[in-house]
Design a protein around this ligand. Structure first.
Ligand code: ADP
Ligand code: MG
Length: 373
């Protein structure tokens, strides 16, 4: 299983070279698409031997392009891609050992699932290997795969087709597994079932894998590490905990975590951060006087009490499995979300009082989005 290193890789689909525009300064809409002439923009990334790395980012940020570049299917304008230190261009396609699973299932519709899975053994003139191969794959992916084997793709549901597609990839003995949003066309129930099977298989085979998704739940469930991608670049790579506790930027803070972190615009004055309708002090020393700074706090850290910052309840959204509710609040015209126990009787129109305790606060430079405290 190879370690894969991408260094300063750029890929543009436009002619001529142009500087990429800066992402918009307004990070409160950070999850929207950011236009850039580069699909990949000076991107560096290491995928460790045997790990599952999830690449999580909004639609259009370059995830599919990244996978195609890793597979060597598209030419890049700059940078290098190394498989265990060897430039990808020096490795012939058949020796790269790449298995890809796409969003749409790409099975051969006229072949039964069994022949789809055994396709590469048939190509290699070793059809006698198929029964043993199928036995192992069924063992890992679960018995329900066995019931699909004699059916043709058009008679299978989306989730079933995707399971067969994954099994077919495995049958190539891949050294590297690339998944491009394989579950995004499935409904919620199938998505979670298929996710479990993919998880089982990734744990069993420990094949180096890159799993592209825009669904953070999927990334958290499947990956050893997560790379947050934005406008052709990797913003941050880390475990779920690292990204959640120590986001490097307002973009990561808002993109990762459900519901997203609350951000408020404000300025630094002396030892105080002053926002619209409320302020916080003391804050960390060393910030520039008058510096425009976002204050961030996660909804699960907003406490509600009898005194504090007044906010009006717009509506409450129950989350029954965890016995909680999301309060959508209006804080001096700024949206704010809080998670509180479902047992608290709170109704729309009511005023509640919020406490933002110091240890849960984040600060981001408003211009660059970089975290500063
Ligand atoms: P994602 O998979 O994250 O949604 P893509 O990698 O598909 O993003 O696309 C990244 C950017 O590159 C988008 O702006 C897209 O329009 C552009 N792009 C992707 N493929 C092509 C192509 N073959 N020709 C021109 N532009 C492309
Ligand atoms: Mg894509």
């Amino acid at each position: 299983m190879p370690t894969i290193i991408l260094r300063h890789v750029s890929k543009s689909f436009r002619r001529g070279k142009r500087a990429a525009p800066k992402p918009p300064a307004d990070y409160t809409h950070a999850t929207e698409e950011v236009p850039s002439p580069y699909a990949l923009d000076d991107l560096s990334l290491t995928i460790r031997d045997g790990e599952t790395l999830a690449v999580l980012g909004p639609s259009g940020c370059g995830k599919t392009t990244l996978l195609r570049v890793i597979a060597g299917l598209v030419k890049t304008e700059a940078g290098e891609i190394l498989y265990d230190g060897v430039p990808l261009s020096q490795i012939p396609m058949p020796e790269r050992g790449i298995g890809m699973v796409f969003q749409n299932y790409a099975l051969y519709p006229h072949l039964r699932a069994r022949e789809n899975i055994g396709f590469y053994d048939i190509l290699r003139g070793q059809p006698d290997r198929i029964p043993e191969r199928i036995r192992t794959i069924v063992e890992v992916m679960g018995v329900d795969l066995r019931y699909l084997l004699s059916r043709k793709p058009p008679t299978l549901s989306g989730g079933e087709q995707q399971r067969v597609a994954v099994a077919r990839c495995l049958a190539r003995d891949p050294k590297l597994f690339l998944f491009d949003e394989p579950l995004s066309n499935l409904d919620a129930k199938l998505r979670s079932e298929t996710r479990v099977q993919i998880k089982r298989l990734l744990k069993h085979y420990r094949i180096t894998s890159v799993y592209v998704t825009h669904d953070q739940q999927e990334a958290v469930a499947l990956a050893d590490r997560i790379a947050i991608m934005r406008a052709g670049r990797i913003e941050q790579v880390g475990t779920f905990r690292t990204l959640y506790d120590t986001p490097k930027s307002a973009f990561v803070a808002q993109f990762f975590g459900t519901p997203p972190m609350n951000l408020f615009s404000g300025h630094v004055y002396g030892q105080r951060w002053e926002g619209r309708g409320f302020n916080v002090q003391p804050i960390r020393p060393g910030l520039r006087q008058g510096q425009a700074v976002y204050l961030g706090i996660r909804p699960e850290h907003v406490a509600i009490g009898t005194e504090g910052i007044p906010a009006r309840v717009e509506y409450s959204e129950p989350i029954f499995p965890s016995r909680q509710q999301l309060l959508h609040l209006d804080l001096h015209g700024q949206p704010c979300v809080a998670v509180v126990p479902l047992s608290e009787a709170i109704s729309a129109g009511q005023t509640v009082y919020l406490r933002f305790s110091g240890e849960h606060l984040y600060f981001f430079d408003q211009e660059s989005g970089v975290r500063i405290g």
